[in-house]
Design a protein around this ligand. Structure first.
Ligand code: ADE
Ligand code: ZN
Length: 329
């Protein structure tokens, strides 16, 4: 079988930082880390076994955030993320990131975070035959009330995303802790993004149940759902997703680690695919999950017997759901 051309619709930039780069930047800026050894750090940043819940999975980001020191660091991180995707046979990648999360620890201006990412991505796509687009992720649980410091509101973040639509931002996402932060709370920022023509994807049905997916579709106009795997417990929501042609961005290894699914064997990618849901396979957080996109494709072949034709369908699903056209595929 010839290697399929990779499309990754769901990859967090923060979860794709090279451990060696975290070490490098932190050492240069005298920021304390448990270790500066790239292999030891990689081990510390990788979740190897399923944790209690999504919050447990997000723990390594407390260390990763230390390396977002300035615009130059962010540009390097974005460049390397595109380079790593390309090296893994990915021809089209949407990198999502939370500007406010990347900005807050070292008080980097939000526009420096945005400009650094744009700069790094532009440099990379100028050097490699790869398309890379950006999706702004609003962190549901980080907000002006919880952070006790000046913090951009979801509406301000949506406006920021729209402002950068001419520099590679193609969509708006909702990420972070799902329980306690239902999609309907975010109707206004998503209306702003939709009105401006941005694509809408929402993490849902990962840590919370099928209703979260229904809400993301009905209240926020999501045409894509991050993960969505918990819909299998509600046939009505499965039918809604299938009938509306909503695309699920599943991330098998991540879904096991966060306990969105009970086990790999219980992952619904095959079931949903067979009943006609538009399923895709993505990486989520390559560094934190310790995987590449190609590993995830190998996994669905090994575990669920996806045939070459079926893999092509998965990739076509991703191509059709991409927020920008992967023209060259
Ligand atoms: N941020 C990084 N990975 C995430 C995930 N799997 N769910 C929600 N927010 C995230
Ligand atoms: Zn995600």
């Amino acid at each position: 079988m010839t290697a399929p051309q990779g499309i990754d619709l769901h990859r967090h930039l923060e979860g794709a930082v090279r451990p060696a780069t975290v070490a490098d930047i932190c050492r240069a800026h005298r920021i304390e880390l448990p270790t500066y050894d790239p292999d030891e750090l990689a081990e510390l940043l990788t979740v190897r076994k399923p944790v209690a819940d999504l919050a447990g999975f997000l723990v390594p980001f407390r260390t990763i955030k230390l390396c977002f020191v300035n615009k130059e660091a962010v540009a390097r991180i974005a460049y390397e993320a595109v380079e790593d995707a390309f090296a893994d046979n990915v021809q089209y990648v949407e990198l999502r990131f939370s500007p406010e999360f990347m900005a807050f620890y070292h008080k980097v201006p939000l526009t420096d975070v945005m400009d650094g990412i744009v700069q790094g991505v532009d440099l990379a796509v100028g050097r490699m035959p790869v398309t890379a687009k950006l999706v702004v992720s609003i962190s549901r649980d980080l907000n002006p009330d919880t952070m006790q410091m000046p913090w951009p509101s979801p509406v301000e973040l949506a406006r920021l995303a729209v402002e950068y639509a001419d520099r590679g931002v193609v969509g708006l996402d909702l990420a972070g802790k799902e329980n306690g932060y239902p999609p309907a709370l975010f109707a206004e920022p998503f209306r702003i993004a939709r009105d401006a023509g941005l694509g809408i994807t929402v993490h849902a049905g990962e840590d919370a149940g099928p209703e979260s997916v229904r809400e993301a579709v009905e209240h926020l106009g999501a045409t894509r759902i991050g993960h969505g795997v918990r819909i299998v417990s509600d046939p009505e929501v499965v039918a809604l997703v299938r009938d509306l042609g909503v695309t699920l961005e599943t991330c098998p290894t991540s879904n096991v680690l966060t306990r969105a699914v009970e086990s790999l064997a219980a992952h619904p990618v095959r079931t949903l695919f067979d009943i006609g849901v538009r399923v895709t396979v993505n990486s989520d957080d390559p560094t934190v999950c310790g995987i590449k996109l190609s590993d995830e494709y190998a996994l669905v072949v090994r575990e669920f017997g996806f045939t070459p034709d079926e893999l092509r369908t998965l990739i076509r699903n991703a191509e059709e759901a991409a927020f920008a056209l992967p023209h060259s595929l």
